[in-house]
Design a protein around this ligand. Sequence first.
Ligand code: PPY
Length: 317
Amino acid sequence: MPAASDPAETYSYLGPAGTFTEAALKQVEAAAGKAWRPVNNVGEALDDVTSGRSTAAMIAIENSIEGGVSATQDALATIPDLRIVGEYLVPVNFVLVARPGTALADVKVVNAHPVAYAQTHRWLERELPSHGHIPATSNVAAAASLLDGSTADAAVAPPGITDHHDLTVLAEGIGDNPNAVTRFVLVSRTTALPEPTGADKTSIIAELPDDTAGRLLEMLEQFATRGVNMSLLESRPIGDALGRYRFVIDLDGHILDERVADALLGLKRFSPNVVFLGSYPRADKQAITVTNRYSNESFVEARDWLRGLIAGEPSAH
Ligand SMILES: O=C(O)C(=O)Cc1ccccc1
């Protein structure tokens, strides 16, 4: 881990060292050589950012098996002035570890981070059908606690865990999907927008204006009619009453792309509450392609045409 330096240049992440979140932070060039602050949960990481204790925080937002990380989505929906400035992908697989001398047959209680548990429960149910689960704050904390008085017999942990702790690997590759990937985002205080790259993503959270038929369709039409593709759509309870939801949405493109800007204007007119979480380069660097009708030039041309009409030019111009 880089040595601590200027506290104004501190990066918070779910620790301790060795977590997948740390692996995501290692991908951030700007964080190299800066202070890194391990924390115990997403709330603490974001609190570091809002209080100014840290420059940015790396948090898990979505994984390829379980979908959105609800604690992250709910925090981003409710804490003002946060911006996603980058996304990072980390392949995740897990091992089952125990104190030396423990056999698989001895394992009755497994310590695991809830997201890791969700991604290994098929294996655990098959191999340890009557195990109990104790939730941990992180994958590495789960393993470390075995050597620190935990009542658990084993822990679900990242494959590199034995570099950090004197533990026995009882089983490898226990993830239910060997291709599982977790998406992390780097979150900062409201800051300058990352430049558009042509391979960008825009994250927003929006509420529907009321509970009448077709409102969700109407919201999605804002994107469809501007040729804006969605790569994520999830609902989260707002929490004040049953049946009230907010929608977490990822769009292909950057807010400086005309079609995305136009869709956001439509969304703002429609929705009573839109949270803009940021436009940032896609981790997979896949360029977004759109038909000519939705290109920047098309929008500019149409606007010029309208201005011309208002200025009295012939409509065929
Ligand atoms: O970052 C970690 O290692 C965590 O404990 C959180 C987590 C859990 C499961 C998949 C990815 C991240």
